[in-house]
Design a protein around this ligand. Structure first.
Ligand code: PLP
Length: 423
């Protein structure tokens, strides 16, 4: 996976060109990357939190607002029908992106957090005291708190799969946790802190064997490589637009048609009903049953443009580019004395969390910012994982398709400055 060693050597540290695609050319698509911060070129290494947007996304969102904006699913007039077609067209784009069997399996949400809450409320509606949901130590709060709320409502038992030293999942512990009471395994595909990519196909196979369904939090995965929900046989798969070079306030929940069909509504209101009287309301079929109120119309169009953009570059090219960046960043940062990388699993996305001996991550973040370097510092919405790692916080560099090996060098030099300052 990624750059072959000779390819990396060919590129060499400090080079901006990769063989996967022309990253210099790609960077021109992202207006924000042309900015300076504190008089230094912006080195944006926080795509794991939210990715920058290409001009194609910005333009698509502006274009509909300038030329044909209207509400969707409501008007008999041209603009409303035109925009409804485009909005529903994005549902098809997303279905193809995930290789779903049908666009009716694609529910638009505000983000992955809302998608998980939807499943917890609606699919979890049938869970009873003693039923079990399995999560892992590496989950984002978005995939912990909704299950704790369900535990408080319904008396379910929450089980947590431990991680190994290298940040990979302890698969034997997971297998041992599966029981006839396991209703759902809710698990991140890729850890936003450790970068660990979980062996999701195998996890889903084992869960299904035990009679459990699986919800995959794909917030960090849909970005880095091809996701095929049918190949995975995922029951639910959630991702979020703003990490995929699209806008914020738009997310996606994929759900198998047979499951969505049986699930009660999450939110009630306009657009999700078949008929309403004061005595009784009947509900629309999925996916509209789960899309109450005016949806994020402009953002959905932006998401469609983002997926088109990613598809045009190609998943394999992006994955190869990012694997090369990960290999180089790991090698370069490991050369810094006193630096510890958290998460060294074999299968890993381009996310590097680290600590510097004796220096608080917030100090690291503040000082590298003066060099124009944007990294995330803190608990990364994964406080239980921080407790497992025995640290209050980490610093994290996360890479996207527009990052370059020379930006890794900029980060490494900035970290050396941090060390010099703290003696
Ligand atoms: C693994 C993971 N899950 C869930 C989320 C939540 O995403 P959102 O805030 O878009 O709902 C994130 C965001 O960082 C994440 O990394």
């Amino acid at each position: 996976m990624g750059f072959a060693t000779e390819t990396l050597a060919e590129i060499g540290p400090g080079s901006n060109s990769t063989l996967a695609f022309d990253v210099a050319r790609v960077r021109e698509d992202f207006p924000v990357l042309q900015q300076e911060v504190h008089g230094k070129p912006l080195t944006y290494l926080d795509s794991g939190a939210s990715a920058q947007k290409p001009r194609a996304v910005i333009d698509a969102m502006r274009e509909i607002q300038e030329t044909c904006y209207a509400n969707v699913h409501r008007g008999a007039y041209y603009f409303s029908q035109h925009l409804t077609d485009r909005y529903e067209g994005v549902r098809k784009t997303v279905a193809a992106f995930l290789n779903a069997a049908s666009d009716q399996e694609i529910v638009f949400t505000r983000n992955v957090t809302e998608a998980i809450n939807l499943v917890a409320h609606s699919f979890g509606n049938g869970f009873a005291a003693g039923d079990e949901v399995i999560i892992t130590e590496m989950e984002h709060h978005a995939n912990i708190v909704p299950w704790q709320l369900l535990r408080d409502r319904a008396g379910i038992t929450l089980k947590v799969v431990p991680i190994a030293e290298d940040g990979s999942l302890q698969m034997e512990a997971f297998e041992a946790m599966l029981s006839p009471r396991t209703r759902l395994v809710a698990m991140t595909h890729t850890s936003n802190v450790l970068g660990t990519v979980n062996p999701m196909k195998n996890i889903i196979r084992l869960a299904h064997k035990a009679g459990a369904r699986v919800l995959v939090d794909g917030a960090q995965s849909a970005v880095h490589g091809k996701v095929d929900v049918r190949e995975l046989d995922a029951d639910f798969y959630a991702f979020t637009g703003h990490k995929l070079y699209g806008p914020n306030a738009i997310g996606v929940l994929y759900g198998k048609a047979e499951l969505l069909k049986e699930m009660p509504p999450f939110l009630g209101g306009g657009d999700m009903i078949r008929s309403v009287s004061f005595a009784e309301t009947t509900f629309a079929d999925p996916p509209h049953r789960f899309e109450a109120g005016t949806p994020p119309i402009v953002e959905t169009i932006g998401l469609g443009a983002a997926i088109d953009y990613v598809n045009a570059i190609g998943h394999d090219a992006i994955a190869a580019h990012e694997a090369g960046l990960l290999a180089y960043a790991t090698e370069r940062l490991q050369q810094i004395e006193g630096l510890t990388i958290h998460g060294t699993a074999k299968d890993k996305a381009a996310i590097v969390s680290f600590s510097l001996d004796g220096i608080h991550p917030h100090d690291i973040g503040t000082i590298v910012d003066r060099e124009g370097v944007a990294i995330r510092v803190g608990h990364h919405c994964a406080q239980p994982l921080m407790a497992c790692l025995g640290v209050p916080a980490t610093a994290r560099a996360s890479f996207g398709l527009y990052n370059t090996p020379s930006e890794v060098d900029v980060l490494a030099r900035a970290l050396e400055k941090v060390k010099d300052l703290f003696g």
